[in-house]
Design a protein around this ligand. Structure first.
Ligand code: ATP
Ligand code: MG
Length: 568
């Protein structure tokens, strides 16, 4: 490719709307352009990287025995109504009507349609097991689209679905995808961790996420160095610990706590530790209200709580006027005593003694409260968020934490969708059974951003060869020098003939500008044909090398070929 022909609108300035490095660099390197919030187009360099990611995914899916097909993104409502997800997706589903007033949506994920496809097209149990996949555009009207293509409203996903006759078959299909994902993310050059993930209240028997480690990741990962355990914060089981308590059989006492609505304010005004307080937080769970209690220094894990209650929608904090109606007090004084709604207490709360809770009365708290004597929670369970320093639930070691970007998710669905839509088979004895499913997603567009997020420096992107838009760049330093230009052109031709995807920077620009652009767009290896070409010397620099090295013009092709082939 000739740079003079390439649509590559690089930017020197950091775009104001972009908060994180990958978003900034993808805009600055001219890979993407925004059309609306969370909606992007891919310019030539961006598209080439995207296609490389897709090709790697295709190769590994093929190797794992999965078959590619392609479904529509515009989908009739019926299958989603049958599974209940027409409602469950809520405002994040893009819904529309056709001219005859029929309901459609833009597919957010395709479990229902793949299940239907198998119902319609598979005739005998002998055709199983089967894993089908597509690489296709998905639509989710995210509440907070951000970070460029990391959380967008239109994105490309590889979604695969496995269909098996029994649980053992599912385990095998799942393992094949697990292995394929490991190969894919390794080939993409990503530093990733595999974590146990939440599989929801009703869904499935297991689920894991592939997380790219990054401080800007929106998912918390809890891990243990001693035994290798790693889990999403949402999922990580907490081992309850007892903090130092006020001992003795003390009488419960109502205390005046004006202007102390938060734990910090209470700690200040009462001079106690946060571990002597229990927070009571009121949530809206579908159409009812419930209260959750955790120790003052802990946070409620809303995913665990949601699964425990078994509600459909995500939990929402109760509206302030409802908190007032339920507690008969200003917001900030809720407590479990005579609350009148179900109270779910964390296991650690059940270990507390003589603690402080809200009194359901403005500016009042109770102190010296004890479970059993002063109130009884409706249920005690693990409903808190894990924190650094917690005990590892597997080995008793110490939990550490870091942030991650979820790039892939594999999930043992079981019979959730085959039951809902009626995917059965007759076995060899004529007995009817339900097909067992798994589903496996990769955020293809998110992978590109995750790679840029992990692989960049102050000068720009550092593409791994496997997904770089071009593998090599040849730069004639001075475009007015005929010898430099003609040798650069020869080198460019030779590299292309050797099968290297090469750009020549044939623009009439200063060398400094060309070097800046080559670094910004992150081409893995650069050869500069400059002043010493008359002596048969050119400069060779891999994107990760500190400085260029001089090599002979004769060995330039073989050196580039060797590097690229070793890293593809
Ligand atoms: P998240 O928790 O980030 O919202 P999810 O768990 O809802 O994602 P899945 O339904 O598991 O996502 O989808 C499979 C993959 O699709 C995810 O692992 C992620 O890589 C990608 N993905 C999901 N939502 C988006 C989005 N809004 N923009 C880009 N990629 C996405
Ligand atoms: Mg997920």
């Amino acid at each position: 490719m000739r740079m003079s022909n390439l649509l590559m609108p690089t930017l020197r300035e950091v775009p104001a709307e972009a908060e994180i490095a990958s978003h900034q660099l993808m805009l600055r390197a001219g890979l993407i352009r925004k059309l609306a919030a969370g909606i992007y187009s891919y310019l030539p360099l961006g598209l080439r990287s995207l296609q490389k990611v897709q090709n790697i995914i295709r190769e590994e899916m093929e190797r794992a025995g999965a078959q590619e097909l392609l479904m529509s993104a515009l989908l009739p409502a019926e299958a989603y109504q049958a599974s209940g997800r027409w409602e469950v997706f809520g405002p994040s589903m893009f819904k529309l009507k056709d001219r005859s007033d029929r309901d459609f949506c833009l597919g957010p994920t395709h479990e229902e349609l793949f299940t239907q496809c198998v119902i319609d097209n598979v005739r005998s149990y002998k055709e199983y097991p089967m894993t089908l996949y597509q690489i296709q555009t998905k639509y989710r009207d995210e509440g907070r689209p951000r970070f460029g293509v990391i959380r967008s409203r239109e994105f490309i996903m590889k979604d695969a679905y496995s269909f098996d006759l029994d649980e053992a078959g599912l385990d095998k299909s799942y393992k094949a995808m697990y292995d394929a994902y490991n190969r894919i993310f390794t080939r993409l050059g990503l530093d990733f961790t595999i974590v146990d993930a939440d599989s929801g209240a009703m869904g499935g028997s297991g689920s894991q996420e592939f997380m790219v480690k990054s401080p800007v990741g929106e998912d918390g990962i809890a891990y243990c160095d001693d035994c290798g355990y790693a889990a999403n914060y949402e999922k990580c089981e907490c081992v309850p610990t007892q903090a130092i308590q006020i001992s003795g059989d003390l009488e419960m006492e109502k205390i005046h706590t004006p202007n102390a609505h938060t734990i910090d304010e209470l700690v200040q005004s009462l001079g106690m530790e946060a571990t002597n307080f229990a927070k009571t937080i009121i949530y809206k769970a579908d159409d009812k209200y419930i209260a959750a209690m955790v120790r003052g220094d802990r946070d409620v894990n809303e995913v665990k709580l949601k699964n425990l209650i078994g509600c459909q929608d995500d939990l929402e904090l109760a509206e302030p006027h409802m908190v007032t109606e339920i507690t008969h007090a200003k917001v900030g004084f809720a407590g479990p005593i005579n609350l009148g709604i179900p109270v779910y207490a964390d296991k650690e709360v059940a270990m507390m003694q003589n603690f402080v809770v809200g009194a359901n009365e403005s500016d009042m708290h109770y102190k010296n409260v004890n479970i059993g004597r002063d109130f009884e929670p409706d249920m005690v369970a693990d409903i808190r968020v894990v924190t650094t320093g917690d005990t590892c639930p597997k080995c008793g070691g110490r939990i550490k934490s870091e942030q991650g970007i979820e790039v892939g998710h594999i999930f043992k669905l079981g019979t959730k969708y085959s039951d809902a839509l009626g995917l059965k088979y007759l076995d060899e004895n004529g007995k009817q059974n339900t097909v067992i499913m798994g589903c496996y997603g990769i955020g293809v567009t998110r992978c590109i951003a995750a790679a840029v997020e992990q692989l960049h420096d102050d000068n720009g992107i550092i593409w791994p060869v496997s997904i770089a838009p071009y593998e090599a760049i040849v730069v004639p330093a001075n475009y007015k020098n005929d010898e430099q230009v003609s040798e650069a052109e020869k080198l460019y031709e030779a590299l292309q003939s050797a099968g290297i995807e090469t750009i020549i920077d044939d623009r009439n620009e200063r060398a400094g500008v060309k070097f800046k652009d080559a670094d910004l767009i992150g081409i893995p290896v650069r050869v500069v044909v400059g002043k010493k070409v008359g002596e048969g010397i050119v400069e060779y620099k891999e994107r990760t090398m500190e400085k260029a090295v001089e090599i002979s013009l004769d060995e330039a092709v073989s050196k580039v070929v060797e590097f690229v082939k070793a890293n593809r």
